[in-house]
Design a protein around this ligand. Structure first.
Ligand code: SAM
Length: 237
């Protein structure tokens, strides 16, 4: 069975509707992910079931718990091999997606994969989140930010909320630690003007626990945030 056949078998039980065009593009994504991974370390999950479920399905489920509209701007912070940002770009061609990562060679691979899939609603930014979040062209310009497997929630809030417009949301893709991370992020939420709006918990086929935390931005962030990397690492909020 191919990656997308595995995905097709699982997708309906999660109530997601997708068209054939998406599956065609994801087939290209899966084969180029494997090809690129022979040259650089893009992802540890490379078996067909893993790519279908832990990458593609996991990322598609972000859309189920958001309300993406035509023209929305989304930034995926620490996109790595394009998760969830590039999957969302394929699924939501009417949205504009920025894929940001501090590792240039990963972004180059993702750029090649996107171009081979014929995806053109994406922009690639090679920067650290805490540097990009200070720049006027990125600060408070996005309806949504997303991140998966980049840092603990209180650190992620400082990386991502500067990009989000007041009224927009940060969608944090987490595993079983979600509730503990929310507990540890109370000060960061207060300081950065974020409010936990929704926590959507579910399990992937195979049983892995997942949670998508929707953090709504309710007020502007003080200009001193995000702080420089060393300060964030030394003294997380
Ligand atoms: N989001 C992808 C996924 O779920 O497969 C990649 C996860 S990978 C473990 C973490 C990625 O975040 C790496 O590609 C790394 O370069 C990037 N990253 C870590 N800290 C970052 C920062 N401060 N700014 C931008 N990218 C960062």
């Amino acid at each position: 069975m191919s990656v997308t056949e595995i995905l097709k078998n699982h997708i309906t039980e999660y109530g997601i509707e997708v068209d054939e065009e998406l599956f065609k593009k994801l087939d290209i994504y899966a084969s180029l992910l494997k090809e690129w991974n022979e040259k650089i370390n893009l992802t540890a999950i490379l078996d067909d079931e893993g790519i279908a479920v832990k990458h593609f399905l996991d990322c598609l489920l972000v859309g189920k718990y958001a309300d993406f509209k035509k023209g929305d701007k989304i930034i995926d912070v620490g996109t790595g091999a394009g998760f969830p940002g590039l999957v969302l770009a394929v699924a939501y061609p009417d949205c504009r997606i920025t894929l940001l990562d501090s590792t240039g060679k990963k972004l180059k691979a993702v750029e090649d994969i996107a171009s081979n899939m014929g995806v053109n609603n994406v922009q690639f930014v090679h920067m650290r989140a805490e540097d990009a979040g200070k720049k006027p062209e990125f600060r408070e310009k996005y309806n949504y930010a997303t991140a998966r497997a980049v840092a603990e929630l209180r650190v992620l809030l400082e990386y991502t909320l500067p990009f989000v417009k007041v009224g927009g949301s940060f969608l944090s893709l987490k595993g079983a630690s979600a509730i503990d991370e929310i507990d540890g992020a109370k000060d960061a939420l207060k300081t950065l003007g974020g409010k936990i709006n929704e926590i959507n918990e579910f399990s992937l086929p195979g049983g892995d626990k997942r949670a998508i935390i929707n953090v709504k931005k309710i007020s502007q962030i003080p200009p001193k945030y995000p702080r420089v990397s060393a300060q964030i690492a030394k003294k997380p909020l």
